[in-house]
Design a binder for this molecule. Sequence first.
Ligand SMILES: [Zn+2]
Length: 186
Amino acid sequence: MNHFPGGKQLVMQSTTWGDNNQQDMCFLNDYFDEKLCRKPKGMKQILLERGKWKEGLRANCQLCKNGDKDPNRVDCCARRIISLEPDFVAQKGALHEIISTAGHKCVFYPKFHCKLNYIEMYWGATKNLHVKTAIILGKFARKTWHYMDIYRKEIEGKLAEYAVKKYKSHRHVLDNILEELNKVEI
Ligand SMILES: [Zn+2]
């Protein structure tokens, strides 16, 4: 969320704060400043409307940027004040809301702990499996290509089987393959 209105920021849904006060997160269609109609309000405007804006308040402070979560520091910067507003605290993520609305439970695994999620192991295993499958597929494709080449040379039946085996050591069937095959008793 930006400090000021407009710009690149997420468009949030309306909310209810305090004693059932509705608050739109975007300026309404008929807002007096036409430039801002339907634009996201930004933190300053949100706090102004809630009577929580203080002159000179910064968007972020260094302590918050450093991740200092001292519970006694409640009004150091606009982001901190908003983050402690009960309606913002209660707001679930969009994914959580969609899943809950559909009547399911949404439980997230702890972040950055992939070992606690067995699906990660399954993905790892299938990745190996896919690599192996791709190698096998490549071998089959090569074998088919060998048969095509041999059939083009009008070699068929058991002679063709024999000629395909010869490919193990040669990229192409030797031009004298017919001569060679004639010597072989199959
Ligand atoms: Zn702060």
